[in-house]
Design a protein around this ligand. Structure first.
Ligand code: TRH
Length: 379
């Protein structure tokens, strides 16, 4: 993990850009850190200095094992830092910044005429409220931050939202990527169907294996570690589970068990596959940039709010009927048996739709470009 000592201690005071404090509370899964790390790394690549404060940096050991110059990873602070807060403070996903830190934001400091710009970076959704709430202020009326203003910044899919994270180097990296070599190196024939699996416990997993077994030309299922691998193993039943790293044919599908890899390699997995099963928030965005067909396993919420969120996304995507059906079945919102076939006709249609969606997104400014403009307008 890029611990405080392993990460470059410099950057914070010397970079030509702004000084940022990004707060990331890891609750479960990897999305909180996945998003915060991409934001921090993107900021650093554009000349800003970032302190990334987190309660759990564990996932960075595989997600970003080398760290990146300009980003310092620090433990959740109990007290305000000696040199005070940065120019911008980002509270990711409504995590509560420690009171002592907030108090330091409210106090004038040397060379600081005004408080930092305080951003609450929200969860991603395609629902209508996002356009209405994006950029709204929330004045702090009590507690250590009294008198400060927090600004709501909503990622989203339309020009009237904060957009999606897309680092400036992404297009060039993607253009340089040798898809054929990546696949050949893993024994995946050009005409075989390569499918990545990153999910929770999808009710239609058995049906997915059936659909893949029926694919002419053969299918490869590339399974990410953790919940996806556990769900597949559970399906194979006692005694049926292969050794952790043993690839092999299961129910007519070639299965490869992947190790956890750094974010750039995860991106490449999505670029190389013909169909990506993704989940949560960050991998959905990366699947959109990949421009390949995908099926999104949305993070399930206890109150069922994820249903409206999924439907809003499918509407924005303008997904054809079979693609909508795949999402509903995969997310348990339709019978598992209604998972559509994964034939060439379906995938061609989904692919065309995915490319159109990507084009719409590429015509919009990325999240960080928008955030920098927003901060500029508030400083
Ligand atoms: O892990 P997730 O399910 O995260 C979720 C969502 O963000 C959800 O909205 C949130 O409420 C919940 O966490 C707490 O899925 P997500 O968002 O795609 O994050 C996974 C990250 O892990 C992403 O940045 C990609 C990265 N990753 C790798 O870098 N290497 C890997 O090998 C794998 C499997 C993932």
């Amino acid at each position: 993990m890029p611990s405080p000592s392993a990460a470059p201690p410099s950057g914070h005071a010397s970079a030509p850009g702004l000084r940022w404090d990004v707060f990331c509370q890891v609750i479960d899964n990897y999305g909180d850190m996945g998003v915060c790390w991409r934001l921090a790394a993107d900021l650093a690549s554009r000349g800003h200095a970032v302190r990334l404060w987190t309660n759990d940096a564990g996932a960075l050991a595989w997600m970003a094992p080398w760290g990146t110059p300009g980003v310092q990873v620090l433990p959740w602070p109990a007290a305000a830092p000696a040199d005070g807060p940065g120019d911008v403070v980002v509270e990711a996903f409504g995590c509560e910044i420690p009171g002592a830190f907030v108090a330091s934001m409210a106090q004038p400091g040397p060379g600081r005429a005004r408080p930092p710009v305080w951003i609450n970076l929200e969860y991603l959704s395609a629902e209508g409220y996002v356009e209405r709430c994006h950029g709204l202020p929330s004045p702090v009326l009590h507690g250590p931050g009294t008198g400060l203003t927090r600004w709501f910044f909503y990622p989203g899919f339309t020009p009237r939202t904060g957009g999606l994270l897309r680092e400036p180097a992404l297009a060039a990296r993607q253009a340089r990527f040798d898809r054929a070599a990546w696949r050949a190196g893993r024994g995946i024939a050009a005409d075989a169907l390569a499918v990545s699996l990153f999910c929770y416990e999808p009710p239609a997993l058995a049906q997915l294996l059936q659909r893949l077994a029926a694919v002419s030309g053969g299918a490869h299922l590339l399974v990410t570690p953790g919940r996806a691998a556990a769900a597949l193993r559970a399906l194979q039943g006692p005694g049926g589970a292969p050794a952790a790293a043993a690839p092999g044919a299961h129910r007519g599908v070639l299965v490869a068990w992947l190790p956890a890899c750094p974010q750039p390699a995860f991106d490449e997995l999505l670029w190389a596959c013909d169909l990506n099963f993704v989940r949560g928030e960050d991998s959905l965005v990366r699947a959109l940039w990949a421009g390949q067909p995908f099926v999104w396993h949305i993070y399930p919420q206890d109150d069922g709010a994820h249903r409206a969120k999924l439907l809003a996304f499918l509407d924005w995507l303008q997904a054809p009927a079979s693609w909508r059906q795949a999402h509903l079945a995969w997310n348990g919102m339709a019978p598992a048996a209604s998972l559509p076939p994964l034939g060439p006709a379906e995938l061609r249609q989904w692919h065309a739709c995915a490319l159109r969606a990507r084009d719409r997104l590429l015509a919009q400014a990325d999240l960080l470009t928008q955030l920098l403009g927003f901060v500029d307008g508030k400083s």
